[in-house]
Design a binder for this molecule. Structure first.
Ligand SMILES: Nc1ncnc2c1ncn2[C@@H]1O[C@H](COP(=O)(O)OP(=O)(O)O)[C@@H](O)[C@H]1O
Ligand SMILES: [Mg+2]
Length: 319
């Protein structure tokens, strides 16, 4: 298999934290390989273990068992060399308040032993929309601007593997677009990207392959297109101002006026519509659509196994 070394290999990674209430297992036997050049998504609800897994990858926390390789290098035994191959954007906004933006990027370059880095620093500042804040002190920046600096810091040594932990949590639409354009360009140039995000439409648009974590375990691992294809049934979506009858309210996902109802088959759709008509719920913008990644995510997190999902698709015949 020479020449097919994964960019990142998680091998049976478990992590148990000692807590006042006793040991808590945050990760349980996580095994997955991320190929060179992939755009890989790691999804899961809060507390699923995403940041813990990334901390172990970055060598900031130690696995209780198992190991992690970065381009074949063990993140514990070969810490410095493995760390050099990674650019990690942390979930928390950590920064040194005493430096301005350009200085903090120079310091980070120095940390990785990269000399004569001004051209790349300038490119990072421009690409991330930071050029006119280069002399601003870190303290003076808004949260979104600090986030951009953290991204620039992570990329200052041109790492082959870019790791982003919730990089768009709480940031404006403009930064999201700037950031994704830039990261997608780096990915096209061959950089491997590992991303965690709460924004499932971002993951659906960007990631070629996705792992879903639930309570520290991998519960789904497949290409994004395969996850979408294997999802069962369809979604009945409409807008309304009127309360749903209780039987439908239990099934529905409601966001403001938008209601989404899962339907396994045509008969399901008919019975939903009949119940809505009976309750005199006026519908606007009615559509029937395929499940999107958010629907798949909710199905997986609700505890359906992948084989269940596949079994319910199409005819609904048991397998
Ligand atoms: N240092 C720690 N000590 C004890 N528990 C922790 C520690 N770090 C994380 N946890 C717990 O491990 C679980 C996973 O956390 P985390 O990896 O941050 O999840 P995610 O990033 O997916 O939201 C959570 O229940 C969290 O409270
Ligand atoms: Mg996290």
């Amino acid at each position: 298999m020479a020449g097919f070394m994964p960019a990142v290999s998680f091998q049976g990674v478990s992590k148990t934290f000692a807590t006042p209430k006793g040991p808590f297992q945050a990760l349980s036997q996580v095994s997955l390989d991320i190929g060179q050049g992939e755009f890989f998504g790691l999804l899961g609800p809060n507390g699923a273990g995403k940041t813990t897994l990334i901390s172990i990858l970055a060598g900031l926390a130690r696995a209780s068992s198992g190991r992690v390789l970065v381009q074949g290098l063990d993140v514990q035994a070969d810490f410095a060399e493995a760390r050099r191959r990674l650019g990690v954007v942390p979930q928390e906004l950590v920064f040194d308040p005493f430096f301005n933006v350009r200085e903090s990027l120079r310091i980070q370059s120095g940390y990785f032993g990269v000399k004569n880095n001004e051209a790349w620093i300038d490119e990072l500042l421009v690409s991330l929309g930071l050029a006119d804040r280069a002399d601003a002190n870190m303290r003076q920046l808004s949260g979104g601007m600090k986030r951009r600096v953290l991204v620039a810091q992570a990329l200052v040594h041109k790492p082959p593997i870019i790791v982003l932990d919730e990089p768009t949590a709480g940031v404006d639409v403009e930064l999201r677009q700037t950031l994704w354009q830039f990261i997608a360009r780096l990915n096209r140039q061959g950089h491997t990207v590992l991303l965690t995000t709460h924004y499932l439409e971002e993951a659906e648009a960007l990631c070629g392959r996705i792992a879903m974590l639930k309570a520290g375990q991998v519960v789904a691992l497949d290409s994004t297109s395969q996850l979408l294809t294997a999802a069962s049934g369809s979604m009945l979506q409409f807008k309304t101002d009127i309360a749903l009858p209780p039987a439908l309210a239990r099934l529905a996902r409601v966001t403001g006026r938008v209601v989404q109802l899962p339907a396994q088959d045509a008969a399901d759709i008919e019975s939903h519509l009949a119940a809505l008509r009976l309750a005199e719920v006026a519908l606007q913008d009615l559509e029937i659509r395929r499940p999107d990644l958010e629907d798949v995510f909710l199905q997986v997190m609700a505890g359906h196994s992948r084989s269940n999902l596949t079994g319910l698709a199409g005819t609904g015949a048991p397998q």
